[in-house]
Design a binder for this molecule. Structure first.
Ligand SMILES: [Zn+2]
Ligand SMILES: [Zn+2]
Length: 317
């Protein structure tokens, strides 16, 4: 099969062996996959991953109870036997593999093996180019799953990229006071078109004006900026990881009693509902589509400035 494989660098293979589903896994024929910032980080050495890239996908199950039907898949493959799994936190299973990220081949390929327990059916109303956003949209819905957000909460989202946009849309469905702070006029304009207030980084913002600040910058400057904007006893949500260590004066967390919440993968069922109901509109994020055989061009395109989402078309239904 064809696959975009990360070895010392990313390369396209055309005759890679198909994956062998492990017990509990089913084979999924990939229809469309999405390129994510994490894929770019993996190519740069994050996690030391080797194998088939890609963790955002929609495909057709070829075996199991969903055989013949369109599915999306959660990315954390848990053991479902350890104490963490039994406590209800499979995304934190210490024995987990992660599709296209950790010890499990991913979705930039004709076929991917996925645990049946990870699959969710895609409603007919969601075309592939929307359903493929389920994973990042679920990550955005993880914020209200961890934290109650009220209509009057003043929420600031730092970052106008792919994840910042999705988090802002989800949060704007809960609070009437969402402000996105970003660097890019074109990306901020997409949010304003959705009725969400925006500001440019560098605009004068009142210090300590936010009840909740969500850091989607993927940058070491995100957390210090968030700390300036959050009110005493407010909450900072970290949605993006920053490689390496970070210098920060931690005393304000104590003095202002600020809560820091790390936030990662989220609920797929909620994301599918949100996409179905139009609570989140992903279409404006779509920048380019490439055939899987042009996978390397797609990865290059995703790294160009101003580009939000790049999709890989793998096979037709
Ligand atoms: Zn991703
Ligand atoms: Zn486990």
């Amino acid at each position: 099969m064809r696959a975009v494989v990360l070895a010392d660098s990313a390369r396209l293979e055309t005759s890679r062996a198909e994956p062998t589903p492990a017990p509990g896994e089913v084979m999924v024929r990939v229809l469309t996959a999405g390129v994510c910032e994490t894929d770019i980080q993996l190519i740069r050495g994050y996690m030391g991953f080797r194998g088939v890239l890609g963790h955002e996908f929609v495909g057709v199950a070829e075996s199991g109870p969903f055989a013949g039907r369109r599915v999306v898949g959660e990315i954390n493959c848990a053991c479902h036997a350890c104490d963490t799994c039994k406590a209800g936190f499979p995304t934190h299973c210490p024995n987990r593999t992660v599709l296209g990220i950790l010890n499990h081949d991913g979705a930039f390929a004709d076929r991917i093996a996925v645990p049946q327990a990870n699959l969710h059916l895609v409603p007919d109303s969601l075309p592939n180019e929307i359903a493929v956003f389920t994973e990042p949209v679920a990550a955005a819905y993880q914020i209200p799953a961890q934290l109650a957000i009220g209509t009057r909460d003043r929420v600031v989202v730092l970052g106008d990229g792919r994840l910042g946009n999705l988090c802002a849309q989800v949060l704007a469905g809960l609070s009437n006071h969402v402000l996105v702070v970003g660097k890019h006029d074109s990306k901020l304009a997409l949010l304003r078109a959705r009725g969400i207030a925006t500001a440019k980084l560098g605009d004068a913002l009142d210090p300590r004006m936010a009840d909740v600040v969500v850091d989607c910058t993927g940058s070491a400057t995100g957390l210090p900026t968030a700390l300036k904007l959050v009110r005493p006893r407010g909450t900072i949500v970290l949605k993006t990881t920053v490689a390496g260590s970070q210098d920060l004066a931690w005393a304000p967390f104590v003095i202002d009693e600020v809560t820091l919440v790390g936030s990662r993968c989220g609920p797929f069922d909620r994301a599918i509902k949100g996409l179905e109901r139009g609570e989140v509109d992903v279409r404006p994020l779509l920048a380019s589509r490439f055939d899987l055989s042009e996978g390397l061009r797609a990865l290059a395109r995703a790294q160009e400035p101003g580009v939000l989402k790049v999709l890989l078309d793998v096979s037709a239904e």
